[in-house]
Design a protein around this ligand. Structure first.
Ligand code: NAI
Length: 296
């Protein structure tokens, strides 16, 4: 999408952190912006900032796991700001610890927000974008965890690797409709994600890890407070949307790790000369060959 000015953006998690940075930068670039968040205090703080500006910004209280509420929020935003042509699936939560200690509720909470919340955004807005025929762009915020498995990040990593598959397939499916897809993969960002458990719903409260523990919050904050500032990150996203980049990967410190991962995968992958059935499968258009053609 070469021109974002004048378009309407719907940004989940927009009251804080990465998403708030996106809201500021895209508003500065001339977008009308809806910020959707489950935390009213985050929306209020964000609006206190936007109210000092001339930007057209609409706050929406929304739990992205609630499909009916999501559709109602989309209707309300489009009635006030016009058709949404930029969707930012940014809201996400995290809780860390070894997989063997996880409860079903730990799984369900993170999957419901980090994966189902993104699916709900796509299900809500993609049919509207296609029907209007004006194109658009979707930015899914994953993480470097979409590529890199780290000890103790199992549930979070599962959700973010899923976002990678979803984003790559969505880009292939939506290209013919003029809708671009980007996957943003941050490393550390200086946000409020250390407080994520505060948004955990009551029915998923049972955890094998930790609750709203100030010592844990302080520990987690130390890890991310040296991270990139959200507005700096959002400028990479603006470039990525304008240049229709599938991968937005602004963290050079991961180069060595990613080279290592891809090298190990290539070392494990069989070679044609070792498989007598290879030629037969390729001649019949196996999925590997199909993907190569789609990329060509
Ligand atoms: P944050 O906690 O500052 O912002 C997330 C916002 O999402 C909060 O305002 C929160 O209230 C909202 N939210 C949580 N659950 C929600 C729900 N069910 N419905 C609607 N809103 C909800 O955290 P941050 O860091 O800005 O996180 C944004 C995204 O960035 C997440 O997807 C996260 O996984 C990703 N990310 C963050 C990194 C970091 O170091 N902070 C690193 C890599 C990825």
């Amino acid at each position: 999408m070469t021109r974002v000015a004048g378009r309407t953006a719907f940004i989940t998690g927009g009251g804080s952190g990465v998403a708030l940075g996106q809201a500021k930068i895209f508003a500065q670039a001339g977008c009308k912006v809806a910020i959707a968040d489950i935390r009213q205090d985050h929306l209020d703080e964000a609006m206190a900032w936007f109210d000092q500006t001339d930007f057209q910004v609409m706050p929406v209280k929304l739990d992205i796991t609630d499909r009916a509420a999501y559709a109602a929020a989309a209707d309300a935003v489009e009635a006030r700001l016009g058709p949404v042509e930029l969707l930012f699936n940014t809201a996400g939560v995290s809780i860390f610890g070894p997989l063997e200690k996880a409860t079903y509720e730990d799984w369900d909470w993170q999957l419901s927000v980090n994966l189902n919340g993104v699916i709900n955004g796509i299900q809500t807005f993609v049919p509207r974008m296609i029907a209007r025929g004006n194109g658009g762009h979707i930015v899914n915020t994953a993480s470097m965890s979409a590529f890199v498995a780290l000890k103790g990040t199992g549930i979070y990593c599962t959700t973010k690797m899923a976002i990678r598959g979803l984003s790559e397939c969505l880009a292939l499916d939506l290209a013919e409709h003029g809708i671009g897809v980007s996957m943003l993969c941050p490393g550390a960002v200086n946000t409020n994600i250390h407080e994520a458990v505060l948004t955990r719903p009551e029915h998923l409260r049972n955890t094998g890890y930790y609750g709203a523990d100030p010592a844990m919050f302080a520990h987690l904050k130390k890890v991310i407070e040296v991270g990139m500032e959200p507005e700096t990150l959002a400028r990479y996203v603006l470039d990525g949307v304008e240049q229709d980049q599938l991968y937005i990967l602004p963290y050079p410190e991961f180069r060595g790790t990613l080279e290592d991962i891809h090298m190990r995968v290539m070392m494990a992958l069989a070679r044609p000369e070792d498989d007598p059935d290879y030629e037969k499968r390729v001649a019949h258009g196996v999925p590997g060959g199909e993907r190569r053609r789609a990329d060509a």
